[in-house]
Design a protein around this ligand. Structure first.
Ligand code: NAG
Ligand code: NAG
Length: 365
C-alpha cells in the first residue's frame, strides 16, 4: 500500500499523528541547523568586517576627484570621513551571490553608519564592535557559545595550545577540544600511544613521538620503550630491536618466494622464474633450477632442447623452436598443421606471388 493510500484510508486521528511527527522532525532539524547557523553567522560577519577593512585601505588614497590644489587637499580630508567613502566601502562588502552576507548586511546596514560617524574613534576594531558587541554573532578569541564562555583550558591558550576549541570565536559550539595529532584527553595534555610527554605541568604539555620500535615509551630512544611494537623484541640490554622474521622456523614465506627482512616486518618476494626455490632475487640465487633450465656456473639458464643430440621434434616436416624453459615443434615453412600432421600448404598463386614482391622490392630500391 502506498503512503497516500494509507493516509486516505486511515482515520483522522492517525492522519493528525502523521502530521505531528512531520512537524517534530522539521523542528528537530531546525534545532541542529540553528547551532551550525551560529558559527556560520560569525564567519559571514568576519567576512564582512574583513572586506570593510580592505575597502577602507583601498579608498585611503582616493578623493572626490582628480587634482591636487589646496582646495582639493581640504576636500580630501573631508572625503576620509565622508558618507560617500562609507558607501563605496559598503558596496564591496558582499559578493552578489552570497545570500547570507547580503541578508546580514541588509539587516544591519544602519550599524555601519553609526560606527562610521559616531563610534569609529572610540572603537576602532570594527569586528569587535560589530560582530561581537553589537549584533552578537561572534565571541572574543578563546571563548565560545551564547555567553562567550572561556574554552576548555582557558581563553588564553584554548586546549592548552594542543587542539581546537569547538565554536571558538563564535556564539556557537560547545567549547570542547579536539586535540591535534599526538595529544588526547579533555584538556589535550595527555599523549596518545606512541608519543611521550617530553614536558608536562598543569597547563603545558609537549608530546614527542616514540622511537619507531616502541608501542609506548617514556623517552625518545629504543631503550625507553615500555613495550615493543609488533615486529620488534627486547634484547638483553632491554632495548627494542628488529625481529628477523626471515630466520624463523618455520620460514614465513612460500616455496617459490624468498624472504626479505625489513625494520619491524618482512616481505615475501617471488623467486626468479628460472628457479625452483631461491634465497634471493635473480637467476643466480636459485636453490635448484626450474624444469627446462640448467645450472651454468651458479646461474640457471635456459636449456636449448633443439640443439640436443637427440632430436625432440620427430614428425615429418617439423622444426624445433627453443623457448624459455621449453621448446615447441612447428611445421616447416610451406607446411601447415592438419590433424597433428604437417602437410604441404596448397598455394594456387605460388608462381605469381614472388614476382609481385620482387617488383615491390625494385620500386623501393
Ligand atoms: C609549565 O611549563 C611551561 C613551559 O615549560 C612554563 O612556561 C610554565 O610557566 C609552566 N607552568 C607552571 C604552572 O609551572
Ligand atoms: C627468454 O627471456 C629473455 C628475458 O626474459 C628474453 O630476452 C628472450 O627473448 C626469451 N627467449 C625466448 C626464446 O623466448
Amino acid at each position: 500500500m502506498k503512503l497516500d493510500e494509507m493516509l486516505s484510508t486511515a482515520g483522522p486521528q492517525l492522519r493528525l499523528l502523521w502530521l505531528l511527527s512531520c512537524v517534530i522532525v522539521v523542528l528537530l532539524l531546525q534545532v541542529t541547523d540553528g547551532k551550525k547557523d551560529l558559527t556560520s553567522a560569525c564567519t559571514t560577519c568576519k567576512q564582512i568586517t574583513d572586506n570593510f577593512n580592505k575597502g577602507f585601505d583601498r579608498t585611503a588614497k582616493q578623493n572626490f576627484g582628480g587634482g591636487n590644489t589646496a582646495w582639493e587637499e581640504r576636500k580630501l580630508s573631508k572625503y576620509e570621513t565622508s558618507e560617500i567613502r562609507l558607501m563605496e566601502i559598503v558596496e564591496g562588502l558582499c559578493d552578489s551571490s552570497s545570500f547570507e552576507c547580503n541578508r546580514m548586511l541588509e539587516e544591519h546596514e544602519e550599524h555601519f553608519e553609526t560606527w562610521w560617524f559616531k563610534r569609529k574613534t572610540k572603537h576602532p576594531d570594527l569586528h569587535k564592535w560589530f560582530c561581537i558587541e553589537t549584533i552578537k554573532v561572534c565571541c572574543p578569541k578563546g571563548t565560545f557559545g551564547p555567553d562567550c564562555n572561556a574554552c576548555v583550558g582557558g581563553s588564553e591558550r584554548p586546549c592548552h595550545g594542543n587542539g581546537m576549541c569547538d565554536g571558538e570565536g563564535t556564539r556557537g559550539g560547545n567549547g570542547k577540544c579536539s586535540c591535534v595529532h599526538g595529544y588526547k584527553g579533555e584538556f589535550c595534555l595527555d599523549c596518545i600511544d606512541g608519543y611521550f610527554n617530553e614536558e608536562r605541568n598543569d597547563t603545558f604539555s609537549l608530546c614527542t613521538e616514540c622511537h619507531s620500535s616502541c608501542k609506548t615509551c617514556t623517552g625518545a630512544t629504543n631503550q625507553d620503550c615500555d613495550e615493543c611494537k609488533e615486529g620488534w623484541e627486547e634484547d638483553d640490554q632491554e632495548a627494542c630491536v628488529d625481529v628477523n622474521e626471515c630466520s624463523k622456523d618455520p620460514a614465513p614465506c612460500g616455496e617459490e618466494q624468498y624472504c626479505l627482512n625489513t625494520e619491524g616486518s618482512y616481505l615475501c618476494k617471488a623467486c626468479d622464474k628460472v628457479c625452483s626455490g631461491c634465497t634471493g632475487a635473480g637467476p643466480d640465487k636459485c636453490q635448484a633450477c626450474a624444469s627446462g633450465y640448467q645450472d651454468t656456473e651458479g646461474t640457471c639458464t635456459d636449456i636449448d632442447e633443439c640443439s640436443q643430440s637427440e632430436s625432440v621434434c620427430t614428425k615429418a616436416n617439423q622444426d624445433c623452436a627453443n623457448t624459455n624453459g621449453s621448446y615447441v615443434c612447428i611445421c616447416s615453412s610451406g607446411y601447415e598443421e592438419q590433424d597433428g600432421e604437417c602437410v604441404h600448404t596448397p598455394q594456387p598463386e605460388e608462381a605469381e606471388e614472388p614476382e609481385v614482391s620482387e617488383t615491390g622490392l625494385h620500386k623501393e630500391l
